[in-house]
Design a protein around this ligand. Structure first.
Ligand SMILES: NC(=O)C1=CN([C@@H]2O[C@H](COP(=O)(O)OP(=O)(O)OC[C@H]3O[C@@H](n4cnc5c(N)ncnc54)[C@H](O)[C@@H]3O)[C@@H](O)[C@H]2O)[C@@H](O)CC1
Ligand SMILES: Nc1ncnc2c1ncn2[C@@H]1O[C@H](COP(=O)(O)OP(=O)(O)O)[C@@H](O)[C@H]1O
Ligand SMILES: [K+]
Length: 512
């Protein structure tokens, strides 16, 4: 499913209208009708519904919804925020249809009308927010802002049309009030704002409503961002041949753990094994080795002298591995920088850099572009901020652009973690993950992801599919566990490794 910017959405609409020849009012009818079909399955017949309409096309969708609600016997109270004369074009077409069907409209044009508006609001059980959609420019104007504040204060559940009003479609920083929706009905394509912070926090639950925009229009303005879904996982997850052997599923090395953090190595190791890697070796200091060996008896050990202060502190035969993951729990001793340089210069296979393995990377970014085999970075927003010399807030506000620029500049695969983890390929193509929940917000879950990433990268045909599937499965395990246990806390990273095979089985057998 395509994720769009404001400009792309507008261009897609224009293409459908001008190049394909679909009327704008037809698309508006589809939008309103589609949202009504969702609403009728959740609204009680005795509920009083307020429909708040702005002067653009988002408001036009509101008129269509109001017409269907009235026709189906719902008590509906329609308020336009602005003058009647401001309703033009397709919206005026549907306003007329609503009125000719027997509906009536109230107008709130200025501060003086606020009292009447608020009085009306007190009668409502539910609100439909059709005030502003993708067309918003800057912060809502003062009177719209007052309306938004009234809506939020009222505590009445709000269902937003396309976007919670006030939220800019491209996300970014939001310093004004926006409608806090209980649910948002996104029209056809999710907008970037649904996946950046703080804009995402206004959406509530999200349902996507198909309004019949043609594939040709969507393709003509493809920003190369997609939501990765269960169906994508099922289509791309590699099935094993009956003739396969351990050598067919990748030979990997995990360089992880330290005296103080042996657990990180255990988690990454167990995750890689559970994620199906064919052969796995671990390099860790002797002090951590016995702990790792105790928890992951299947792994082998590739020893090296961890006390060495130079790049020699790595196994000699790096080229014998198809892939190396470097970083979980290794600490930040000077030696780690030497190891990083050696890995960047000398590994021929896949290289996964995570956690402390990313710490010195901002000094060696030039070496990334020189690598001929895939490099995969898995930063959380704090690590990303360090890599690009920005603040965490900048990263949160601008995830898509920042990740794309970085991946293209340095030729790397980037997994920018967090809710809705974002995977970016070196050509700039992006995928947003659709699984996971705050049960993952504990130390160690990132180490598990690193293990899965390494294992999947060595087993999938395409690296991008491997990474999307790794983050999808990682989030899916957490979703399964929190559903089974009805909690989002107390699930720890090692639980994920135990639950991995069952979750994978469910994922592959479930119909989409
Ligand atoms: N053909 C189309 O373009 C379709 C558009 N649709 C709907 O139309 C929406 C986009 O419509 P529009 O482009 O008309 O935009 P909106 O309806 O989102 O808002 C634009 C209107 O709000 C005003 N406005 C802009 N910034 C403002 C601000 N900061 N404060 C107060 N008012 C402001 C503008 O003057 C304009 O009148 C979508 O979100 C979707 O709901 C759907 O009906 C499907 C078809
Ligand atoms: N609120 C959340 N919702 C969904 N996933 C989350 C959330 N918080 C964290 N995660 C996921 O949990 C993992 C945490 O990784 P990381 O921050 O590297 O932790 P650690 O280094 O302690 O293992 C990432 O995969 C991230 O996407
Ligand atoms: K809206």
């Amino acid at each position: 499913m395509q994720i769009v910017s404001r400009e792309e959405m507008q261009a897609i609409d224009r293409h459908a209208i001008e190049s394909i020849g679909l009327g704008g009012h037809l698309l508006m009818e589809n939008a309103g009708r589609g949202i009504f079909e969702h609403l009728r399955s959740i609204l009680g017949q005795d509920e009083r519904i307020g429909v708040i309409i702005g002067k653009g096309n988002n408001g036009g969708d509101g008129f269509v919804i109001a017409r269907y609600l009235r026709d189906h016997g719902y008590s509906t109270d329609v308020w336009v925020i602005g003058e009647a004369a401001a309703i033009i074009g397709d919206s005026a077409y549907h306003k007329a249809a609503f009125e000719r069907s027997g509906g009536s409209v109230s107008y709130a044009t200025e501060e003086a009308a606020l009292n009447d508006f608020e009085k009306a609001m007190r009668q409502w059980d539910v609100m439909i927010d059709a005030l502003l959609g993708t067309g918003i420019k800057g912060a809502p104007r003062p009177f719209y802002l007052r309306i938004i504040q009234c809506m939020n204060k009222s505590q009445v559940p709000v269902y937003s049309v396309d976007m919670p009003s006030g939220v800019p479609a491209n996300g970014g920083s939001v310093s004004h009030d926006c409608v806090k929706a209980l649910r948002t009905y996104t029209l056809q394509c999710p907008k970037i704002a649904q996946f950046t912070f703080p804009s995402a926090s206004y959406y509530g639950e999200v349902a996507v409503v198909d309004i019949g925009l043609p594939q040709a229009s969507l393709k003509a303005h493809d920003g190369k961002r997609r939501l990765w879904l269960k169906d994508d996982f099922q289509k791309t997850y590699p099935r094993r041949s009956v003739f396969s052997h351990k050598g067919s599923h990748g030979k990997g090395l995990i360089v992880a753990g330290s005296e103080d953090m042996p657990g990180a190595a255990v988690l990454a190791t167990r995750a890689a094994l559970r994620a199906g890697i064919g052969l796995l070796s671990v390099s860790a200091p002797n002090s951590a080795k016995s702990i790792i060996a105790h928890h992951a008896v299947e792994a082998m050990y590739d020893p090296f002298d961890y006390r060495a202060q130079t790049a020699d502190a790595l196994p000699k035969q790096l080229s014998t591995y198809d892939g190396v993951a470097f970083g979980p729990g290794i600490g930040r001793a000077e030696r780690v920088e030497d190891q990083l340089i050696k890995l960047l210069n000398n590994t021929d296979g896949v290289l996964v850099l995570d956690a402390d393995g990313l710490f010195y990377l901002n000094q060696h970014l030039d070496k990334l572009s020189q690598r001929s085999s895939p490099t995969i970075l898995t930063p959380h927003p704090g690590e990303m901020a360090r890599l690009v010399g920005a603040t965490i807030k900048d990263v949160e506000n601008n995830r898509f652009e920042m990740a794309r620029t970085f991946s293209k500049t340095y030729g790397v695969y980037l997994i920018l973690k967090g809710p809705n983890t974002l995977v970016t390929a070196p050509d700039g193509q992006q995928w947003v993950n659709s699984t996971g929940n705050p049960a993952l917000a504990n130390g160690g879950t990132g180490d598990v992801l690193t293990g899965i990433v390494l294992a999947f990268a060595l087993q999938h045909k395409r690296i991008s599919a491997a990474l999307c599937n790794a983050v999808y499965l990682h989030g899916f395990i957490a979703d399964q566990l929190s559903q089974e246990l009805s909690v989002q806390s107390g699930i720890v990273a090692s639980d994920l490794t135990v639950a991995l095979p069952e979750a994978l089985g469910k994922l592959l057998s479930a119909t989409t």
